[in-house]
Design a protein. Structure first.
Length: 752
């Protein structure tokens, strides 16, 4: 019985020896088994490579091994490749395959592993020899595992692109669906007399938008913040959490990387390269994480650039891709750390500190170590708190360290003779392409870029900087949702920095001399009775977001106007410079833009803006487009504005009274800071404007507007402090859950 069990086990373990093997692993197994032998039929004075190609005894041994252990499939191509290598490197051809004709396998010497493995005492042979069955099996399995791991490393690295390709494809599909739906939109129609009939103005093609599956998708996936809270715009300690749909995408990517770094390892005892299974795992895991980390590098560069074509293809904002950028960067950094630590452990096991001293002087080794260190440094200097409070430090370190990572990574993989440059050069190209388009946008705004002059004024009452830039030379027309980068030359030390500001509106002539271009006539419609709303007396948190989006007016004498709330850094310097002079301060600058995608608000019958402070620029930017365009379907437009400074809302309402006087517009101003000497009389004549004290009840406003929309499509746009944006998001989730399936949520914010 014991003999039977032994025979079964022996047959199972030796099956691969007695059966002919096929493929590269078999041929290379024979080649490796004979690699360390020295045959004496060649001149010892010749180079080892020349003797290897010229030796008939070695060729005979190699061919006999192939004949015994391998199938014919792929043999001719393999031999031709090796022959071409010999001809190229030494000018010598391999002996022909028919040198083994007539050889008897039984009379050929068998080579054991302890004799043929490199590192043992060299053997000088004067006769052909082939590895015995056990030696060949070890060589074959070792190379088969090595080739498999090499292939699977690349396969899993390319899987990163399949993942993001799928994500982007979904975004493109959704954008195309939205554009096609917009093409089918009916022209604007007067508001019905009966409120209950307002839903009748909906396009029949929009019924799918209010379907139950889509409503459930919005309620539980698209709109909400993450599962463990409602914070999204607000930071949680030193980090921010993206919306749920982005968080799920990021979590899926992280999980994919973890899984692909933990599976498909072909390990076994007595591997010729690394006899211990633990050593094999260290090597394979280190290689896998290193290759996938390198594969993620072009994605980091792509998602982090301003001129990312994916933004236009999907319609997702810069903030979405910036979240993806940070996610991929952190995953790649962790993988680089695992890669480096794995190799450090192997070096330490093989020779300790002495061997490490030998390796650390190798160019590829210390460049790889530097790349990992600087990748970690980038992550450390990119935490939310530092980005928020010390933007200049974050920007400089980000640019410099990123360049160092790319250079050191190039020299780290240089030993592979360009095999991994497929991930390095695309990153360089993406960077150059982005910089080229930045220059193009600067020149497109003003071909005489050296002569771009901005006028800045500061109003201490409203704590507001007004930046006005002539745009008569611009070839690119601003539109709702656009923002610009400003390179200011007030201090040459910071001239390399660019600061994003979203356009408030376009004015004709000097801002101090005339009102914005709002001359378009607007249809009038009977106003609905407005129910009483209670207001909260709690104070509003400080404004945390930049102003957004321009009006799409653009005349030869027009100027772009930015409303800027000064905080620290550049905006603080701008306020100080403007405050020093009673007249507008002239600032030399470069203007790069426009960037951004407009929200398709004119396809919605009802629009609700929830804004705080200078976020009023968002509704102002869309007003003309929504109220005067013949393609607009808007029949109700409501603005809820929380503002601390009384003078700010008075100034804005008077400047835009022509558009705000439209019967479709309702404005609720919530003044969160009591001021003496309020001049409410300055906004008299605007019947649709209510001014109350206290912070707005976001839930109540969303619920009421959704109810007035009678189940129709309602766009809720938030731009204000982070707390307000999070409350608006949560209120929209509740509204969809309460049966208002037509509610869509949009957030206008610029997030680094």
């Amino acid at each position: 019985m014991r003999i039977c069990i032994f025979l079964i086990l022996f047959a199972g373990s030796s099956w691969s020896v007695f059966a002919l093997e096929s493929g590269r692993s078999c041929f290379e197994g024979c080649l490796y088994a004979l690699n360390c032998l020295d045959f004496n039929d060649t001149n010892p004075a010749l180079s080892r490579q020349t003797r290897t190609c010229q030796s008939v005894l070695r060729a005979t041994s190699l061919y006999l091994c192939v004949e015994k252990y391998c199938t014919d499939e792929g043999r001719a191509n393999w031999l031709n490749k090796n022959n071409a290598t010999c001809q190229t490197s030494t000018g010598v051809s391999l002996p022909p395959y028919d040198v083994i004709a007539g050889h008897d396998f039984d009379g050929v010497r068998r080579l054991k592993a302890e004799e043929g493995m490199c590192g043992s005492a060299p053997i000088h042979l004067g006769e052909p020899t082939i590895p015995d069955d056990l030696f060949f099996e070890r060589a074959f399995r070792t190379l088969e595992a090595a080739f498999f791991e090499d292939d699977i490393h690349w396969t899993y690295a390319i899987a990163m692109y399949y993942f993001w390709g799928t994500v982007v494809s979904i975004g493109i599909f959704m954008r195309l669906t939205s554009l096609l739906r917009g093409l089918q939109t009916q022209e604007w129609q007067p508001i019905p007399d009966n409120e209950s009939d307002s839903s009748s103005q909906e396009n029949p093609n929009d019924s799918s938008i209010r379907s139950l599956p889509y409503a459930l998708l919005k309620r539980y996936i698209v709109i909400p913040a993450v599962t463990f809270g409602y914070r999204c715009s607000q930071n949680i300690r030193w980090c921010t959490i993206p919306p749920r749909i982005q968080s799920l995408t990021i979590a899926s990517f992280v999980l994919l990387n973890i899984v692909l770094c933990c599976i498909s390892y072909s390990v076994f005892e007595n591997n010729i390269f690394w006899p211990k299974v633990s050593k094999q795992l260290f090597r394979y895991v280190s290689d896998r994480t290193g290759i996938i980390s390198l594969a993620n590098i072009p994605l980091i560069w792509l998602f982090g650039t301003r001129n990312n074509t994916l933004i236009w293809l999907t319609g997702w904002g810069f903030g979405t891709y910036n979240n993806f950028h940070r996610c991929v960067a952190r995953v790649a950094t962790v993988q680089a750390v695992v890669h480096s630590l794995g190799y450090m452990q192997m070096i330490w096991e093989d020779g300790g500190w002495r061997l490490y001293e030998k390796y650390r002087h190798e160019k590829y080794f210390f460049n790889g170590k530097l790349a990992t260190i600087f990748m970690c440094a980038i992550c450390a200097f990119s935490v939310y708190g530092l980005r928020r409070s010390h933007y200049e430090i974050f920007l400089v370190t980000h640019i410099v360290f990123s360049a160092i990572v790319l250079i050191t990574m190039y020299y780290h993989v240089e030993i592979f003779r360009g095999e991994y440059n497929v991930f390095i050069w695309p990153s360089v190209f993406i960077w150059l392409f982005d910089r080229g388009l930045r220059i193009f946008r600067i020149l497109a705004f003003n071909p005489r870029f050296w002569n771009t002059k901005c006028s800045t004024t500061y109003d201490a009452k409203s704590n507001l900087v007004r930046l006005e830039v002539p745009c008569s030379q611009s070839f690119l027309k601003p539109k709702p949702g656009a923002y610009y980068y400003v390179y200011a030359f007030d201090n040459l030390l910071y001239a390399h920095q660019s600061h994003p500001f979203t356009l408030a509106y376009v004015s004709e002539g000097k801002e101090s001399d005339t009102h914005p271009d709002l001359s378009s006539t607007t249809p009038r419609h009977p106003r609905r009775p407005r129910p009483h709303r209670a207001s909260s007396n709690s104070s509003l948190e400080s404004d945390a977001l930049l102003p957004h989006s321009p009006i799409s007016s653009h005349t030869p004498s027009s100027s772009l106007v930015f409303l800027i709330r000064p905080y620290n850094g550049f905006t603080s310097r701008l306020a100080r410079l403007a405050a020093l002079k009673p007249t507008p301060h002239t600032l030399h600058a470069l203007i790069e833009g426009p960037y951004g995608n407009a929200i398709p608000l004119r396809t919605f019958p009802s629009v609700l803006f929830l804004v705080g402070g200078t976020g009023i620029a968002v509704p102002l930017s869309y007003l003309s487009n929504l109220l005067t365009s013949s393609q607009s379907r808007v029949v109700r437009l409501r603005i809820v504005w929380a503002v601390r400074e009384h003078s700010l809302f008075v100034d804005v309402l008077n400047r835009f009274r022509d558009l705000l006087a439209d019967e479709r517009v309702e404005v609720d101003v919530h003044v969160t800071r009591d001021e003496e000497g309020k001049d409410d009389d300055m906004v008299e004549g605007l019947d649709g404007v209510d001014v109350v004290t206290g912070r707005p009840d976001i839930d109540a406003h969303v619920d009421e507007t959704a109810r007035l929309a009678s189940g129709g499509r309602l766009a809720v746009v938030a731009c204000g402090p982070a707390s307000m944006a999070d409350e608006a998001r949560r209120a929209c989730v509740r509204a969809v859950g309460d049966g208002y399936r037509g509610v869509e949520y949009f957030e206008e914010s610029f997030k680094w």
